[in-house]
Design a protein around this ligand. Structure first.
Ligand code: SAH
Ligand code: SF4
Length: 419
């Protein structure tokens, strides 16, 4: 589950450890593991392990699945369709634990960020922390999930990239982020909500708060492939958490072999962190480009299955002042994505303390966007959300490397003046 792509792509000519970091830790399951994140087949295996007779396993697994992913219960005692005996045996062997919420912050724009704690691997070791961000909008609510503690890669404009790769998240920890968000937002199926609290998502209206998922938090999802795949398949099941693959976007810096696998084994929407139109610049901004250069990346995109006008690849392009924001870059960008059903997402650079980059001037972003628009692409400029709580793209970093209060204030000031 925690295979590193350095190991899975021996054909690479890049020196080991140059582009990718090796994880410091590996997940060690606790004595009483959580059922959160398990697929149906895994639930059946878990039931086999505690002696549920074969003939009953499928039905019991289905019941537990529904309590878990439709109603969001947090204790076995709430699974009232199971016998008391079975509930007690389940409780003796498993939990329904999600990642612990250590802190919750709400931005002036309604964005919410949760700092989540994951257990450390060795007794006495400090726990790990990741962040998960909820971005409400008029017609949707998007949850931005993390896939790793830290990141395998070292993109030069990204705050997370400066952090060491501590470890890959498990599928349960990835699904657990959604469970936490639904718990905190009261976003479980109303009335039966396992939290016992009324949903704030207009219970009864059928309107959900978490409608979309983006794998755009900490980490490179395609360097934690199996866990991300397994999590997405659980999340997309329409008899459970029910967020369809069309509403799940996996963002990658361009791990080409795993883009191919994602097409075959996941089938979610894809976003590519392009950010530069020449290999020379992309090698610097997104160093994995040295391993999988632009031509190879675009080829993988062209071959991504199922592309159409309604299923397009999103190309993300961060606007860095004087670095990649010239109009010639905009022209080259549209040329590059020609023949691929594409959306282009311009992202104003989110500054972080110590970065050497600045965000392009607004006037320049508009001119750039105009070129992209004239070429026939809607080019929404992604409004930075949650800047005051450091929840915007590329600003996520564990609180273990917390910013000082002064740095936070400086960022809040930026958020106030820029928005
Ligand atoms: N590792 C994956 C997903 C997480 S990053 C990836 O790189 O795609 C999510 C998006 O935020 C990526 O497009 C990334 O390039 C962008 N990003 C990173 N740092 C940023 C920053 N400081 N300002 C704006 N966008 C940033
Ligand atoms: Fe990792 Fe993505 Fe940041 Fe690059 S942009 S360092 S791949 S999180």
């Amino acid at each position: 589950m925690t295979t590193l792509a350095t190991a899975s792509h021996p054909a690479s000519t890049a020196p080991a450890g140059f582009i990718e970091k090796a994880p410091l830790e590996r997940y060690v399951p606790p004595a009483r593991p959580s059922l959160v994140g398990l697929a149906r087949a895994e639930l059946m295996e878990a039931l086999a392990g505690i002696g549920v007779p074969e003939g009953k396993r499928r039905m019991r697994a289905q019941q537990i699945w529904s309590w878990l992913y439709v109603r969001g219960v947090t204790g076995f005692d709430q699974m009232t369709s199971l016998s008391k005996e079975l509930r007690a045996v389940l409780d003796a062997h498993f939990t329904l634990a999600r990642p612990d919420v250590v802190a919750e912050q709400t931005s002036v724009d309604g964005t919410r960020k949760w700092l989540l704690r994951l257990p450390g691997e060795r007794p006495g070791e400090a726990p790990h922390e990741v962040e998960c961000v909820y971005i409400p909008d008029t017609d949707r609510g998007t949850l931005c999930l993390s896939s790793q503690v830290g990141c395998t890669l070292t993109c030069s404009f990204c705050h997370t990239g400066t952090q060491r790769l501590v470890r890959n998240l498990t599928a349960g920890e990835i699904v657990g982020q959604i469970m936490v968000a639904r718990d905190r937002l009261g976003d479980w199926t109303a009335a039966q909500s396992g939290t016992g609290q009324p949903g704030t998502g207009q219970p009864g209206s059928g309107r959900r708060l978490v409608t979309n998922i983006v794998m755009m938090g900490m980490g490179e999802p395609l360097y934690n492939f199996e866990a991300v795949r397994d999590a997405i398949l659980v999340v997309a099941d329409n008899e459970g958490l029910g967020i369809s693959k069309r509403r799940i976007t996996l963002s990658t810096s361009g791990v080409v072999p795993n883009i191919v696998r994602a097409g075959d084994e996941i089938g979610s929407m894809l976003a590519i962190s392009l950010h530069a139109v020449t290999d020379q610049l992309r090698d610097e901004l997104v160093p994995i480009n040295r391993k999988y250069p632009i031509r190879v990346l675009m080829e993988a995109c062209r071959n991504y299955p199922g592309l159409s006008n309604s299923k397009r690849i999103t190309f993300e392009y961060v606007m860095l002042k004087g670095v990649n924001d010239q109009l010639a870059d905009a022209h080259a960008l549209v040329k590059l994505v020609r023949n691929i059903p594409a959306k282009i997402n311009l992202i104003p650079f989110n500054p972080w303390p110590g970065t050497r980059y600045e965000c392009s001037d607004w006037a320049q972003i508009e001119k750039f966007s105009e070129v992209v628009f004239t070429a026939g692409y809607a080019s929404p400029v992604r409004t930075p959300r949650g800047r005051d709580i450091l929840a915007a793209c590329g600003q996520l970093k564990s609180a273990s490397e917390k910013l000082s209060a002064r740095e936070r204030l400086a960022l809040r000031a930026m958020a106030m003046t820029d928005d």
